[in-house]
Design a binder for this molecule. Structure first.
Ligand code: ADP
Length: 271
């Protein structure tokens, strides 16, 4: 796994010496391997819904005389199309985050507002499972970053908490402020995550229970996206989880101090 990849070139210099050029290509080779792994994974993940969409459309055509069957296959077709669209969207988002030249729309971001919005966007899904969303705490400092990306990260964590929790449970979303960081925690009463899988779930397409993830519309990329967004904001993500008791994911993003906030406000104010 930690293989060194070196290009060696040897050239004679006169009669007495040889010149040895060693070009360390380890990093380049590693990046290439990661990329080709990703392409292989993506192809594998796309195959199932693409195949299903084509099968369902054939089934609809074949059952033209049977309105009930048409309705049944149409529903299935819509579900697969939705899954495909979520997958493509997440793949694009993750590729964008992984490229080094990602253009960020940085601004002062009010976390209270951002969390409230993310919660609102998940209310209906929570209601469908009679899950109560409880929001508590607030921050007085802003953070500096890409509002869109931070919103995606918070939403992904709330979506997961709802997706993996049983009905009639609670999901708590808390904001706390330390001197130098703002923490957003999402706590559920779901199945929890075994300790030996707690690191792995942040890898692309890693799922503890693949069937459950797919069935509930998961793309397997949500936490990878969260991890990248947090890294791009010099933040941290931590997980506390005990199987059978639930999980708490905590995002920690550096808070902007008052002096910097003032500077930023002045430089961004219209002349
Ligand atoms: P997915 O689309 O499968 O949810 P993620 O990257 O968001 O992909 O999560 C990876 C895996 O981590 C999930 O498939 C699930 O097994 C596990 N997981 C994530 N969040 C939770 C949670 N709140 N409770 C239990 N398991 C979770």
């Amino acid at each position: 796994r930690h293989q060194l990849v070196v290009d060696l070139r040897v050239a004679p210099v006169g009669d007495e010496y040889i010149l040895v050029l060693a070009d360390d290509r380890t990093e380049i080779a590693r990046a290439q391997a990661v990329r080709s792994d990703f392409v292989a994974n993506v192809s594998h993940e796309l195959k199932t819904p693409v195949g299903a969409v084509s099968l369902m459309s054939e089934a609809i055509e074949a059952s033209a005389d049977d309105p009930e069957a048409v309705a049944h296959f149409t529903k299935k077709l819509q579900k697969e199309a939705k899954r495909l669209s979520a997958l493509v969207q997440d793949i694009i988002e993750l590729s964008r985050l992984q490229s080094t030249d990602v253009v960020r729309q940085s601004q002062l971001v009010d976390i209270n507002n951002l969390v409230a919005e993310s919660v609102d966007r998940n209310r209906l899904t929570a209601e469908d499972k009679s899950i109560q969303l409880q929001v508590g705490g607030s921050a007085t400092r802003p953070v500096y970053g890409d509002r869109e990306l931070l919103g995606t990260a918070v939403r992904n964590l709330i979506e997961n908490a709802i997706r993996y929790s049983p009905e009639n449970t609670k999901v708590g979303i808390g904001i706390t402020q330390r001197d130098d960081a703002i923490k957003i925690s999402i706590k559920d009463q779901g199945p929890g995550i075994p300790e030996d899988e707690q690191d792995r779930i942040f890898e692309r397409f890693y799922r503890v229970d693949p069937a459950r993830s797919r069935q509930t519309g998961g793309t397997g990329l949500g936490l990878s996206i969260v991890k990248h967004v947090v890294a791009q904001h010099s933040g941290e993500i931590t997980l506390w989880s005990v199987p059978g008791e639930g999980s708490t994911f905590t995002l920690s993003i550096p808070a902007v101090d008052r002096v910097t906030e003032q500077d930023l406000l002045e430089t961004s104010a219209p002349a």
